[in-house]
Design a protein around this ligand. Structure first.
Ligand SMILES: [Zn+2]
Length: 400
C-alpha cells in the first residue's frame, strides 16, 4: 500500500473529536493519541526539533538540503468536529469509482445532490460506513504533509527549502490556534492544508463581527397596558424587520456578506438577540454594522433611550487584508499547482480558518485543498487521486 493511504487509514481510526464545552486545550485529551502517533512517524522520517507541547501542538522541522534561507510552514489540524461521531471510523474504499450514487446501506451519497462526484469517476474513493465522519477533515491534510516529508526523505537528491510542519488541536472549535506560539514557528509564510478541491488556493475568508442585542420592555398587566406597555419581543421583531431582507445567509453566496440572526430569546420584559455579521470586504462589513446601529437608533428614538442596547465586536479579519501586502505565499502556491499540471482555483472561504488567525498574528497562511469533500457529517469522503495531487503540489511548493 502506498505511504499516503497507509497514513490516512491509520490516522482516521484514531478518535479526535473536539469538545466545545471544554475550557482546556486540547479540549479532549485523546487528541494526544493522534499527536503521539504522528510524532513517532516524524521521528521515523528523521525530522529535527520535534516538539509536542502541553496543548497537543506538534511541530517539527526538515532543514533545507541546499542552504536555502526560505522557510515554508505547513499546518493541519488533529481534531474532528464535536457534533458528529468520529469514533470507530470504518472506511469503505471504492476502487475505480463508477461515478454513480454511492450506497452505504443506511445513507446514499447521491450524484444529483453532490454534483462534484461526477468528476471523481475512475478515482479511488474513501467513504464512511454512513455512521461517522470520515475525518478527512483534516487527516487528509495531515497525511499529505507526511507524504511530502516522506518523499523528500526518500529522494535526497531533490533540493528543498526549510520546511516547518505543525499539527494543531481544536480547529473545529476555534480555540487551538490561540495557543500557537509563532516565536517557535519562524517561517516566511505558511499554508493550512485543510479542505476543498486539490487545486484550490484560498486566501479570501470573511471579516467577522458579532452583535449582541438587549431589549428592555415594560411589563404591565395586559388589561391595563394601553399607552404604557413596551413589549420587548415585539420590539425585537421590529428591529429585525428594519434590517435588509436579502443580506441574509439564506440569500447569499460567494462574496456576498450577511447579517445572521443566530438566536432570539425573550418575553415582554426582556429580549436578547445574537447576530453574526460577515463580509469579505471590510468596508461592506462596516456598512452592515452601521445598519444594525441605525436600526437601534431608530428604535431608541421611537421608544425612548436605552430601550435597545447593542454591542458589536470584531471577531476576525479577511486574511487577504494582510496577504495583499506580501503575495509570496499565493504566488508560490499558484505556480506549484500549475507546475504539477493543474489549474489553480481560488474560491472565497465563507467562514474563518486557523490561517486567518495566524495571518492576523503575523504569518501569512492561505489554505490549500486536500481532496476531501462533504466534511462534518456521514457523507464525508476523499479521493485518493486528488490527495496524491495535493502531495505533488506540496512537494512543488517546498522544492527549490
Ligand atoms: Zn478542517
Amino acid at each position: 500500500m502506498n505511504y499516503l493511504l497507509e497514513q490516512f487509514l491509520k490516522y482516521i481510526k484514531i478518535n479526535t473529536m473536539s469538545n466545545e464545552d471544554s475550557n482546556t486545550t486540547p479540549s479532549t485529551n485523546y487528541q494526544f493519541d493522534l499527536a503521539n502517533e504522528i510524532k513517532l512517524d516524524l521521528e521515523k522520517l528523521g525530522l529535527k526539533d520535534i516538539k509536542l507541547n502541553e496543548y497537543a501542538i506538534l511541530t517539527a522541522k526538515l532543514e533545507s538540503n541546499c542552504n536555502s534561507n526560505l522557510t515554508i510552514g505547513f499546518l493541519a489540524h488533529l481534531d474532528t468536529i464535536p457534533g458528529f461521531s468520529g469514533k470507530n471510523v470504518s472506511p469503505q474504499i471504492i476502487n475505480n469509482y463508477d461515478g454513480k450514487d454511492i450506497d452505504l446501506g443506511n445513507i446514499k451519497i447521491k450524484v444529483n445532490e453532490f454534483t462534484f462526484l461526477k468528476k471523481l469517476k475512475g478515482h479511488t474513493i474513501i467513504t464512511t460506513d454512513g455512521t461517522t465522519v470520515l475525518g478527512a477533515d483534516d487527516k487528509a491534510g495531515i497525511s499529505e504533509i507526511m507524504a511530502m516529508l516522506h518523499y523528500f526523505k526518500n529522494n535526497p537528491q531533490i533540493k528543498h527549502h526549510n520546511i516547518y510542519v505543525a499539527f494543531t488541536p481544536d480547529e473545529e472549535i476555534g480555540s487551538g490556534i490561540l495557543k500557537f506560539n509563532l516565536a517557535d514557528f519562524k517561517c516566511d509564510y505558511a499554508y493550512t492544508v485543510d479542505g476543498g478541491m486539490y487545486n484550490e488556493i484560498s486566501y479570501n475568508n470573511f471579516n467577522a463581527s458579532s452583535c449582541k442585542v438587549k431589549i428592555f420592555g415594560k411589563d404591565i398587566h395586559p388589561g391595563d397596558a394601553k399607552g404604557h406597555m413596551l413589549n420587548a419581543s415585539l420590539i425585537a421583531m421590529e428591529f429585525q424587520n428594519l434590517l435588509p431582507t436579502f443580506n441574509n445567509p439564506m440569500y447569499t453566496e460567494g462574496f456576498e456578506g450577511f447579517i445572521h440572526l443566530c438566536s432570539i430569546t425573550g418575553d415582554v420584559s426582556n429580549c436578547t438577540l445574537d447576530y453574526i455579521i460577515r463580509d469579505h470586504n471590510l468596508k461592506k462589513l462596516k456598512k452592515l454594522e452601521d445598519m444594525l446601529n441605525l436600526a437601534a437608533t431608530f428604535i431608541n428614538k421611537k421608544y425612548g433611550d436605552n430601550t435597545i442596547v447593542i454591542a458589536i465586536k470584531r471577531e476576525y479579519y479577511n486574511m487577504y487584508e494582510y496577504i495583499k501586502k506580501d503575495k509570496r505565499s499565493i504566488n508560490k502556491a499558484t505556480k506549484a499547482i500549475k507546475d504539477a499540471g493543474f489549474i489553480p482555483v481560488s474560491l472565497p472561504i465563507r467562514g474563518g480558518t486557523d490561517g486567518a488567525k495566524l495571518t492576523e498574528m503575523g504569518l501569512n497562511t492561505p489554505n490549500l485543498g486536500t481532496g476531501g469533500y462533504n466534511p462534518h457529517g456521514p457523507y464525508e469522503l476523499a479521493s485518493l487521486n486528488e490527495m496524491e495531487n495535493v502531495v505533488k503540489i506540496l512537494i512543488n511548493i517546498a522544492k527549490k
